[in-house]
Design a protein around this ligand. Sequence first.
Ligand code: FES
Length: 163
Amino acid sequence: ERDKSTLFTAEIRAEIDAHIAKYPPEWKQSAVMPALTIVQDANGGWLTTELMDDVAAYLDMPAVSVYEVASFYGMYDLEPQGRHKVCVCNSISCLLQGSEELIEHVEHKYGVRPGETTEDGRFTFKEVECLGACRHAPAVLLDKTYHENLSPESLDKLIDELE
Ligand code: FES
């Protein structure tokens, strides 16, 4: 059996166990998404192959299935990230309410295109699918916090506050 990576600590396993406990034992693979979130958070916001392999082994599932989940959902990142993540929704409601303007603004002001990280490492800029906040479009997910009804100015203010 392969060794677990050093990041896959007892503490992390305990956090994952809390999710596994919500399902019958034969369904522990249902915890794959929270498990990936837990290891991603512990690793500065991105998933290494090694960590995905740890999750696969821990949940007794094929590694390839874990990779599939991790590449399908926009909240997982497979490359090193900035200290923060600024995710602008580009689905229809937000587009109609000006998310394009937000995206262009960030591109010009901070010199990053979607998927890129600012030179100072402060944030990674992402375009994402509907965040479920369409009623108050345009919406942005900043790390784990949702912000709604944004204008370029109010988004700037949020970005300015990032360390
Ligand atoms: Fe942007 Fe739904 S379309 S939050």
